[in-house]
Design a protein around this ligand. Structure first.
Ligand code: GRF
Length: 208
């Protein structure tokens, strides 16, 4: 795979700190990419304010009538908008909906997600809290390709953090987020450099 300039579309529902880390990497010249558009299913999500503050188009995507998935008309509109901005790589950054085959087939193996746990442990919501409640001594984050399961796609990058005795869900999540902001730009850089090969479940990273 040859190196390319990624044209990224971000989908998020929350604060957008991961999107910010991608913007920062692009600005620093450490990631060959541009963010074409940011879409959120939450009209007043901070991620949209952040995008607009950087001059990136930020749009609310009305996903009704569904509450937990992106399907139907909303999915079609989402694909249309992403294509309209020339997006080739879809970055899920705190997007609190299940994405369906419509989006995945529109961007084959080009939809990435970040999950706040070391998959396959603790898929689903509030993964850092699941890790804490379980009594894990090590936690972390995973950047992976999205497939049709929930948090099941091939892993590109993982980062670990220790779990301390006095951790709360918030302190642990904050420690994990520091690593997320390193992991997402790193995974996207590998993709931009054309060094990522998917072989079944395994993602091979080619040497530079
Ligand atoms: C992150 O913890 C990410 O791992 C999870 O949702 C959170 C999003 O945070 N999927 P932000 O909106 O990027 O700040």
């Amino acid at each position: 795979m040859a190196s390319t300039t990624l044209r990224i579309g971000v989908l998020g529902s929350g604060s957008g700190s991961n999107m910010q880390s991608v913007v920062d990497a692009v600005r620093a010249g450490t990631l060959d990419a541009g963010i074409g558009v940011v879409l959120s299913d939450v009209a007043d999500a901070k991620i949209l304010d952040r995008a607009r503050a950087h001059g990136i188009p930020g749009q609310w995507l009305d996903c009704s009538p569904f509450k937990t998935k992106l399907e139907g008309d909303a999915e079609r509109r989402c694909i249309e908008v992403l294509r309209g901005y020339g997006v080739d790589t879809v970055v899920l950054a705190g997007f609190m909906r299940i994405v369906k085959p419509g989006l995945l087939n529109a961007f084959p193996w080009r939809v990435l997600n970040i999950h706040p746990a070391l998959l396959p442990s603790f898929p689903g919501v509030c993964a850092w809290k699941q890790a804490l409640d379980y009594g894990a001594k090590v936690a972390g984050c995973t950047v992976h390709f999205v497939d049709e399961g929930t948090d099941t796609g091939p892993v590109i990058v993982q980062k670990t953090v220790p779990v301390f005795e006095d951790d709360t869900a918030d302190t642990l999540h904050a420690r994990i987020q520091v690593q997320e902001h390193i992991a997402y730009p790193e995974a996207l850089r590998l993709l931009a450099e054309g060094r990522v090969r998917i072989e079944g479940r395994r993602v091979r990273i080619d040497e530079k």
